[in-house]
Design a protein around this ligand. Structure first.
Ligand code: OAD
Length: 243
């Protein structure tokens, strides 16, 4: 009898429409801290002090210190086998979309192109006043200024209480609505709207798969739950496609 992993592998072949949602767990094996769990970022820092627009308005230096620290940390990290496997899947599958909640840029560095960074990117900065926005991998000052108008720059990430970039949610809903297979990888499934993508996929008849070290609130919705490190499970799935 086929094991769960073999059954999932068999469903990824051909021109199946596959949507993958990733979260911080996919970068854990690169050394990027996750948000929740024992060593999670939100154990050491209060999200409401650092990842909200009102926190930035009150203490921009504190928020920039946090983001500059994260930029420095991620700059030294490399994509891991989970990122590489997802980039390889994209090359093998004509109907593949990756939606990531991660802002670390590691999917792009691994070669993923058909990808939406739904919470923005640590490497994007934009002006708080004018339209200036750019990709920037350099060390930034404590309070970086806009080169156009001189006002304060902010990280190009989506904070709690902010809407997603226009179009992102519509694209996700459209693609998930057409998916044959929906994979949820390395996310605690606690933050909306991403946490409800699985239910959406299921309502539209997709086969749902979770890859996580631990069960999540969405595990009960899954047709398959593969428990273990993404850096081991995803390469096995991707290798199946190349055979
Ligand atoms: P979390 O930190 O909430 O969850 C990480 C998940 O990854 C957990 O379910 C872990 O069990 C799992 N995990 C850890 N290591 C893993 C591994 N090697 N392989 C597979 N799974 C592993 O991160 P997210 O779900 O991404 O938003 O968090 C969602 C959002 O909350 C983030 O985008 C961020 C955060 O606050 C904003 O900042 C707006």
């Amino acid at each position: 009898m086929l094991g769960e992993l073999e059954m999932v592998k068999a469903m990824l072949g051909g021109d199946r429409r596959v949507v993958v949602l990733t979260g911080a767990g996919v970068s854990a094996e690169s050394g990027v801290p996750t948000f929740r769990g024992r060593d999670g970022l939100w154990k050491r820092h209060r999200a409401e002090d650092l990842a909200r627009p009102d926190a930035f308005a009150a203490h921009p230096e504190l928020v920039w210190e946090f983001y500059n620290w994260r930029r420095g940390l991620v700059r030294d990290c490399e994509p891991n086998p989970a990122h590489l496997a997802l980039a390889a899947m994209e090359r093998q599958m004509p109907n593949f979309l990756l939606i990531t909640q991660n802002v670390d840029g590691l999917h792009a560095r691994a070669g993923s192109l058909r990808m939406v960074e739904m919470h923005g990117s640590l490497w994007q900065v934009r002006c708080t006043v004018c339209t200036h926005a750019r990709e920037d991998f350099t060390d930034l000052p404590d309070l970086p200024e806009c080169p156009v108008c001189g006002h304060l720059l902010r990280p190009g990430v989506v904070w709690f209480g902010e809407p997603l970039t226009p179009g992102v949610l519509r694209l996700a809903i459209e693609q998930i609505g057409k998916a044959d297979v929906f994979l949820s990888v390395g996310t605690s499934s606690l933050v909306q709207p991403a946490a409800s993508f699985c239910q959406l996929a299921k309502d539209h008849g997709a086969v749902t798969v979770e890859i996580n070290r631990e069960p999540t609130p969405n595990t009960g919705l899954m047709d398959f739950a593969l428990h273990g490190p993404a850096g081991e499970i995803l390469p096995e799935l991707a290798a199946g496609l190349a055979e």
